[in-house]
Design a protein around this ligand. Structure first.
Ligand code: ADP
Ligand code: GLC
Length: 485
């Protein structure tokens, strides 16, 4: 069956990216388009959106549209963004009053309006382009109210008669919680809001989406189970459990157009399992670029991450200085976020030249260099819905050291030297001792060349292609499409 899919997202790689949502939006829509499904990919025309490779065109009749959200009136236009052959066109919502900001996300009082407008504009785009979706694919809290609009403003519209909503949760840690006072901005959807939440004086966008979407998915099987427990349910485990077995976990794939050491556009040297010379060159080039000691006697460990509580950075506070003082590892970190974490890494790098380097900020090219040039990649996440970097690491022959949680548990298998099976180092607990053990274990294995080479080869042989994940999404769409209203 061919589906017409309206895919609505706040991020899309490489143009507008804060994290993995961007990679997933780009890869999934590309694969579905390549398989002949009809895609309408809708996102905001953020000022921060990199327009390289997008040719923007006005669409007749979709200029100077207006939308009333509560007491505020917004004017916006819908533009078509043509891209390279093989990529679906984008539908970009241009509303400078809401999207002319330095970052993709903010904390101003109108944050909810930015994504209400995106959701309403996506429906308007369907109407005005005569696009009758089978599936309205919403992602995270930003677009989680779309299922409510489908049941209210769109009810009775023949264009939406077949439409079923799919809500994909990429991260339960961000729920879009706003004071109940903004309910008037929601229009007809406000009628469906949860009474209990209203009594508490708040609206929780993600919670509403979970309750009202036809189908709910998340980005790994383990996370799908974890979020139904009080430990990782972040207050929403009750509503998730209430959906019974319906929370489907689909492990993200790797976008091999962007992430493949054989032809990565951002790398000067390339390699494959059969010839790893390029990886050795990347290691030297990375060390030269960052002024790091390139000694092969100790493993070079990399991290590329948002610096947020989720990522377990605080577990490293004592462990990394100890390992660097013992000269057991070299380290390169790229990331930005929590100022406490940024200060920590700045100090760490200042205290341990030339064994440690830290680059604050967002740098797509350096992220690829780190994946290619390092021996190991550290992800001590407290929770991780899927995580992409551990899968990139496997593909790049860089041994992932991960905590057994969410998608990390589903994608990395702990290496057993006796059997030669396994792809990385997996530790159980979110505590510094566990990280200490994992780093020590990794460093010991690094010294055993045969075991190390085997572990690297096992990882490089793993296939996390989007084809498999796309098959699962298509099954999900088929299930959603067959649901009665
Ligand atoms: P999350 O979405 O929680 O941030 P993921 O592992 O799913 O985690 O995806 C993170 C994505 O963002 C990866 O593609 C990673 O390379 C990228 N990324 C994170 N921080 C940076 C940074 N500072 N510079 C470049 N890329 C980054
Ligand atoms: C989120 C999660 C991450 C996941 C990504 C894409 O930001 O934190 O684990 O890989 O979304 O689904």
């Amino acid at each position: 069956m061919k589906f017409s899919v309206c895919f609505v997202t706040a991020e899309l790689a490489p143009h507008a990216k804060a994290g993995g949502l961007a990679d997933v939006s780009a890869a999934l829509t590309r694969v579905l388009h390549a398989r002949g499904h009809d895609l309408l990919v809708v996102l905001p025309l953020h000022t921060a959106l990199d327009r390289t490779g997008i040719s923007l065109e006005p669409i007749d009749g979709l200029d100077g549209l207006s939308l009333q959200l509560g007491s505020q009136h917004f004017r916006y236009s819908i533009l078509r963004g043509r891209r390279a052959p093989g990529l679906p066109d984008l539908v970009l919502v241009d509303c400078p009053a809401l999207y002319d900001r330095s970052d993709l996300y903010g904390s101003a009082a109108d944050e909810h309006l930015r994504f209400l407008l995106l959701s309403r504009a996506a429906l308007d785009a369907c109407r005005r382009l005569g696009f009758a979706p089978d599936i309205l694919h919403c992602n995270d809290w930003h677009t989680a109210l779309l299922p409510l609009y489908l049941r209210t403003t769109c009810a009775g519209e023949p264009l939406f008669a077949r439409a079923r909503s799919v809500l994909s949760i990429h991260n339960l840690g961000y729920q879009g919680v706003f004071p109940y006072a903004v309910a008037g901005d929601l229009g007809p959807a406000a009628a469906l809001l949860d009474r209990g939440e209203a009594a508490e004086g708040r609206i929780n966008f993600l919670r509403e989406g979970i309750v009202h979407a036809d189908t709910v998915s998340t980005v790994s099987p383990t996370y799908a189970r974890e979020i139904c427990t009080p430990e990782l349910g972040m207050g929403l485990d009750g509503v998730l459990r209430a959906r019974g077995d319906e929370i489907v976990g689909i492990l993200n794939g790797v976008d091999t157009d962007a992430w493949d050491p054989r032809h990565d556009r951002r790398l000067p040297f390339h390699y494959s399992p059969g010839d790893m010379t390029g990886k050795a060159r990347m290691r030297e080039a990375l060390c030269a670029r960052l002024g790091l000691d390139a000694g092969l006697s100790r493993p070079l460990v990399g991290m590329v991450t948002r610096l947020a509580w989720q990522k377990g950075i605080d577990l490293l506070f004592d462990v990394l200085p100890e390992a660097l003082s013992r000269r057991a590892i070299s380290l390169v970190v790229l990331g930005s976020g929590d100022p406490v974490h940024e200060d920590y890494f700045s100090r760490l790098a200042a205290d341990h030249p030339p064994l440690a380097a830290y680059r604050q900020g967002y740098d797509e090219e350096l992220a690829h260099w780190i994946e290619a040039g390092c021996d190991a990649f550290l992800m001590p996440s407290r929770y991780e819905p899927c995580g992409l970097n551990q899968m990139y690491s496997l593909r790049y022959g860089t041994v992932p050291i991960v905590r057994r949680t969410g998608g990390l548990a589903d994608s990395v298998q702990h290496f057993d030297p006796r059997t030669g099976q396994g792809t990385g180092i997996v530790f159980n607990d979110a505590d510094p001792d566990a990280v200490r053990w994992a780093l020590g274990h990794m460093a010991a294995l690094y010294g055993e060349r045969q075991a190390w080479t085997r572990m690297v080869a096992n990882g490089m042989a793993r296939d996390f292609s989007w084809d498999t994940a796309a098959d699962r999404y298509l099954e999900l769409y088929a299930q959603a499409a067959s649901r009665p209203r």
